[in-house]
Design a protein around this ligand. Structure first.
Ligand code: AMP
Length: 397
């Protein structure tokens, strides 16, 4: 059980409080095109303002590769945050991030004021967890708050290194929620516990499959990765995405499921086409019916029903990866059906980040899920059962 100190466990009144946020927003010609990440950061920031902290925000943005790149400056974020918070967020425009502007601004801060530092990845040491930048950041802070789950699987200066030089390091509300759901609910689930895995490749989810098989009652496989399992069972899968190097692994996982008494479900029908395209004819086939010149691009209606039925009595469900090529309308039905099934059940429903999170949101089921993770890579590593450096670095309760 991960039990980390959070912003609710400390008193930041009058303290310089450095908050690592995830302000890695998409920008087009200096305009923020999706501000979800800014909105998501507000509860922690507002709480620290209300408690009278001196709130110093920091984040990375894109990949400036260790040097100042004006198009990746966080200046537009400071402007938009000022509007969202209804109070000034002063921007400290230092190319070295912790420079004269930042130092002077922090020095002059009054309780409840907010400043934002420049893109932490302007410094080359950031992604190497270097000592100098970690120390620089720590000189600005009495307390450190990590609310950036998206980078929690990386050990960088602004989320891990800095914690070595401040007395108090806690997590913010966003991070706490990820720990509660992806960490604790998955490791200590209310049963029955069902995991649904999809997406393109088995190879990218080997450790997730292996780890979840030790925890779940039912494991459901869909998406491109299903065809490696189907082929391993001896089925004809035509030109479907198959990773030949992973056929033995797929067999091993099916054997493991059997040995552990875990119900493992793979598709019983597929929507197939002769090309990876939305502009060609498509049809539904059952086992043994796929032509050598066809490829499976979505689960079929019987599989949709089978999977919906398998989650009906679940009390905890975790889902990572689409059931088909949902970006193309002809092959989106399987992913929609699973999203709908999860929206209708009385269970804790946890959506891993990345494509499945995007799919659930685009399809309009976002508010029906208990938790949608904000981190793609980080949520996968959590599901692999790994310790995330950004989480480990926070103080235990
Ligand atoms: P991942 O990044 O591994 O989670 O995979 C997500 C991608 O898998 C999406 O872009 C889907 O289009 C793709 N995908 C899902 N089902 C299939 C399939 N049957 N064949 C090929 N690609 C698929």
């Amino acid at each position: 059980m991960l039990n980390k100190k959070s912003v609710d466990d400390i008193n930041v009144k009058g303290l310089r409080t450095l908050v690592r946020c995830d302000f890695n927003v998409p920008l087009q010609e200096g305009k923020i095109t999706d501000e979800n990440r800014l909105v998501a950061a507000l509860p922690t920031i507002k709480k620290l303002i209300a408690d009278g902290g001196k709130v110093i925000l920091c984040s990375h943005l894109g990949k400036p590769k260790g040097e100042p790149k004006p198009e990746l400056s966080l200046a537009p974020v400071a402007k938009r945050l000022s509007e969202l918070l209804n109070q000034e967020v002063k921007f400290a425009a230092d190319s070295e991030v912790v420079g004269p502007n930042a130092k002077a601004a922090v020095e002059a801060m009054k309780d409840g004021e907010v400043i934002l530092l420049e893109n932490t990845r302007y410094r080359a040491e950031e992604t190497k967890n270097g000592e100098a930048f970690s120390k620089d950041l720590a000189t600005l802070a009495d307390v450190f708050v990590n609310d950036a789950f998206g980078t929690a699987h990386r050990a960088h200066c602004s989320n891990v290194g800095v914690t070595q030089y401040v007395k108090t390091a806690v997590v913010g509300y966003l991070m706490q929620k990820e720990i509660d759901f992806l960490g604790n609910a998955v490791n200590n689930p209310v049963r029955p516990f069902v995991a649904i895995l999809g997406g393109s490749k088995v190879s990218s989810k080997i450790s997730v499959i292996n780890n979840l098989l030790d925890k779940v009652d039912t494991l459901i496989i869909g998406g491109g990765m299903a065809y490696t399992f189907m082929k391993a069972k001896g089925e004809e899968v035509g030109k479907s995405l198959v990773e030949a190097d992973y056929l033995d692994y797929a067999k091993e996982m099916m054997d493991k499921a059997k040995a552990k008494g875990v119900k493992m479900l793979i598709p019983v029908d597929s929507v197939v086409a002769k090309e990876f395209s939305n502009d060609v004819s498509f049809r539904t086939v059952e086992e043994g019916e796929m032509g050598a010149d066809e490829m499976g691009l979505d689960i079929g209606p019987k599989t949709q029903a089978l999977y919906a039925d398998a989650v009906k009595s679940a009390k905890t469900v975790v889902w990572n990866g689409p059931m088909g090529v949902f970006e193309m309308s002809n092959y989106a039905a399987g992913t929609i059906a699973v999203a709908k099934a999860l929206a209708e059940i009385d269970a804790t429903t946890i959506i891993g980040g990345g494509d499945s999170a995007a799919a659930v949101n685009i399809l309009g089921f976002g508010d029906k899920m208990t938790h949608i993770s904000t981190g793609g890579g980080a949520s996968l590593e959590f599901l692999e059962g790994k310790e995330l450096p950004g989480v480990v670095a926070a103080n235990d309760k």
